[in-house]
Design a protein around this ligand. Structure first.
Ligand code: GLN
Length: 490
């Protein structure tokens, strides 16, 4: 039997193998990770845990492992971003509005993983309604970056990234609307993938911007991401009409394919001023490593990269203002106590329940959709969104994947952007374009700055090329060891 202290060092692939061969039980594994979550509580990664539920799930896994009816991920523990609704754990979306809320059902992604044998450790902190880049917009406190607890883990899936980096869970779900899987993965030195828009069902994901929201996964290796994504994705026609009618795929099949001859597009606009020199160096070195592996670098242009910021920060708030109208004190969660009449109840409830950033977005969104401004802002943004998507199609005529930085800097200090939401928005520049185009994107660790903070590289593929992206990332991880580094004290 494995020493239980080693369990958190195993990858998902290794852990699944240990469980299948009865080297360790699902209950032991779950208990080990529950203990770790307790030990590292100060990171603020978890919002809800329920050890009885987790251990009951693990016991059921052990029964299936004994009976020979185990799923591919039987007994592997995971935690979910608190944007996915869960029957057995509270779901808050990081908001007071949903404090104590319990969904009557599980999100499709959660139930698919459970069917594959995953045990749920709990729910992970995130920015309120996934709006943010630093996890500081959570109503339940920020998350600390395990590499430096004075820094942000990134956002909005900050709890997911911190928990994986601190080895409190071998992997976690996340959602990415404009970078919320890729950027925290980069800031925490782990691997994350946002698949093509529509690959994973949005059913049971608390909606932020429905034309952009996409579920994905954060883990330590590309191989683990491939394993988990294979269980998460697939059509869900009865519950999410935007889920693609593309059959579930085994994303592990092409992991080890050779990448000799691969054409990597390097967009000039991703390497301009504003990119921190140490981030640039790490990404440049990674590109050299790819050349050593037989890939060819192709200079490309994504000319509307800068425009993706205003375009995203019009479209996402517009959709959010509509989606968040459902939180009115009647249907879900919080309701104000003292009110004069129905309108007053709505107003008080929303004033009390939503945080500042969410209110800001609702106001911006309502404004850009209002009569007289719709054409000037929303419609214009939609037109440019289309051009951004077309720019990618042009680029993919010359290359197979696109590579560049995930973010202009490493993780910044908590509170470092002060009360300046624009500073957060601008830092999203490299992740927004792929989101607007609905393309799959990943982040993989490629180095550190002089303060030992991780740097991530982004890989962007054309629609439905997740297998290729994961293959490209996996080959890099076979040749390097950045993804195996761990924060001090972890
Ligand atoms: N940082 C971006 C925002 O605040 C992206 C968030 C996300 O992907 N959920 O909207």
């Amino acid at each position: 039997m494995t020493q239980s202290t080693d369990l958190h060092d195993l990858t998902v692939a290794e852990l699944a193998q240990h469980l299948r061969s009865h080297k360790v039980s699902a209950v032991e594994t779950a208990q080990h990770f529950l203990n770790r979550a307790q030990q590292y509580q100060h990171l603020g990664a978890f919002l809800d845990k329920s050890p009885e539920v987790t251990l009951a799930q693990a016991r059921a896994c052990d029964a299936r492992l004994a009976a020979g009816t185990a799923g591919p991920l039987e007994g592997v523990p995971m935690a979910h971003k608190d944007i996915f609704v869960t029957r057995d754990f509270a779901t808050t979306a990081g908001s007071r509005m949903l404090e104590g809320y319990r969904s009557p059902f599980d999100a499709t992604v959660v139930s698919r993983l459970a069917e594959a044998g995953v045990v749920t450790l709990g729910k992970l902190n995130c920015d309120e309604f996934a709006m943010g880049s630093a996890n500081e917009n959570s109503a339940f406190g920020p998350v600390k970056n395990p590499w430096d607890i004075t820094r942000t883990p990134g956002g909005s899936s900050g709890g997911s990234a911190a928990a994986v980096a601190a080895r409190l869970t071998p992997a976690a779900t996340g959602t990415d609307t404009g970078g919320s899987i890729r950027q925290p993965a980069s800031f925490c030195g782990i691997t994350g993938i946002k698949p093509t828009y529509g690959r994973a069902s949005r059913y049971g994901m608390v909606a932020f911007a429905s034309s952009l929201d996409q579920a994905g996964v954060l883990a330590r290796t590309a191989q683990d991401c491939a394993l988990l994504l294979s269980s998460m994705c697939g059509p869900d026609p009865d519950r999410d009409s935007t889920s693609l009618e593309v059959p579930a795929e085994d994303f592990t099949l092409k992991l080890t394919d050779p990448i000799a001859g691969l054409r990597i597009g390097v967009p000039a606009e991703f390497f301009g001023k504003g990119l921190a020199p140490e981030v640039r160096t790490a990404v440049d070195d990674a590109l050299k490593q790819y050349e050593a592996l037989g890939a060819r670098l192709v200079p490309i242009s994504l000319p509307r990269t800068e425009l993706s910021i205003p375009v995203y920060y019009i479209i996402a708030p517009a959709e959010a203002s509509s989606n968040l109208s459902r939180f009115d004190g009647v249907k879900f969660g919080h309701r104000a106590k003292d009110f004069k009449d129905l309108n007053d109840m709505y107003e008080q409830t929303r004033a009390e329940g939503f945080g500042d950033e969410v209110k800001r977005r609702i106001m911006i969104g309502t404004y850009v959709l209002s009569h007289g401004y719709y054409d000037a802002y929303y419609l214009q943004a939609q037109k440019i969104r289309r051009m951004i998507a077309d720019d990618f199609q042009q680029a993919f005529q010359q290359c197979d994947v696109i590579a560049g930085p995930v973010a202009p800097t490493v993780a910044w200090p908590l509170g470092g952007h002060g009360n300046d939401p624009l500073a957060d928005y601008l830092a999203d520049i490299f992740t927004l374009p792929a989101s607007l185009a609905g393309l799959p994107g990943m982040s993989l660790p490629v180095g550190f700055d002089t303060e030992n903070l991780p740097v991530g590289m982004q890989l962007i593929g054309n629609h439905l090329t997740e297998s290729r992206l994961l293959n490209v990332a996996h080959r890099f991880q076979q040749a390097t060891d950045w993804h195996t580094r761990r924060p001090q004290g972890i």
